[in-house]
Design a protein around this ligand. Structure first.
Ligand code: SF4
Length: 218
């Protein structure tokens, strides 16, 4: 598998980032079990001149942790990339592998937690520990004025790195939060397999998030 490089390489954690012992242990075990997988902090994917930043939660085991590209190779990818393509924010063909022809336009995806957490659940401490990397990435995207947070944990990290205040900015699907410097955060339910299968997030609900983001495009 050819792995993709980051569009904002100076902001990425080192491949062997040691900060979260539980995630490091999992990463090292998977490197032995699946040596052809990515098994490292997952890089951002998309356009370094993006006006829209999508903040995901963390890599999935058989998705980004395997392929090295956010939302690539697991059940969340088709809905996300189809939706982006429907709004002209993505082009090419998504083939669930990092060397397909998919490209993002005006959009970049960054995760709140860069390494695979067990059960897809980072602890609050792990989320906090990884936050400086997310903050550095948002700061390295001077044109990003609109952000979409996928799920509650991404929402909390996004509010903190964008300078907002959590008690005021409560998570709800399609909720909009204006940050002190004018950047806007829109919340969405995460496009996980569970949320799709239970109907918590329908394609129409997800499309509404990006339709609103486009209305706010600077
Ligand atoms: S989750 Fe972030 S801070 Fe923790 S080990 Fe991975 S890259 Fe480092």
């Amino acid at each position: 598998m050819n792995f993709a490089t980051s569009p904002i390489p100076a902001t990425e954690p080192p491949r062997d980032c040691p900060r979260c012992p539980r995630l490091v242990a999992l990463r090292e075990a998977l490197r032995i079990e699946y040596p052809s997988w990515w098994n490292a902090p997952v890089n951002a994917f998309g356009d370094p001149d993006a006006w829209l930043g999508i903040i995901g939660l963390a890599p999935g085991k058989h998705g980004a942790n395997r392929t090295g590209r956010p939302f690539t190779g697991d059940a969340s990818g088709p809905l996300l990339f189809d939706t982006l393509a429907g709004f002209g924010l993505a082009s090419g063909t998504y083939e669930a592998k990092p060397d397909d022809t998919l490209q993002l336009h005006g959009t970049i995806i960054i995760n709140a937690v860069k390494c695979l957490p067990p059960e897809n659940k980072p602890t609050p401490e792990e989320t906090r520990t990884c936050r400086p990397f997310l903050e550095g990435q948002a700061a390295a995207l001077p044109n990003a004025r609109v952000f979409v947070a996928l799920g509650q944990i991404a929402h909390q990290s996004a509010v903190k790195i964008l300078g907002g205040r959590l008690p005021k900015a409560r998570f709800a699907h399609l909720a909009e939060h204006r940050m002190p410097d004018g950047r806007i955060l829109i919340d969405s339910y995460h496009c996980s397999r569970y949320n799709q299968n239970t109907g918590r997030l329908t394609p129409e609900m997800f499309a509404a998030v990006f339709a609103r983001a486009l209305e706010l495009k600077p």
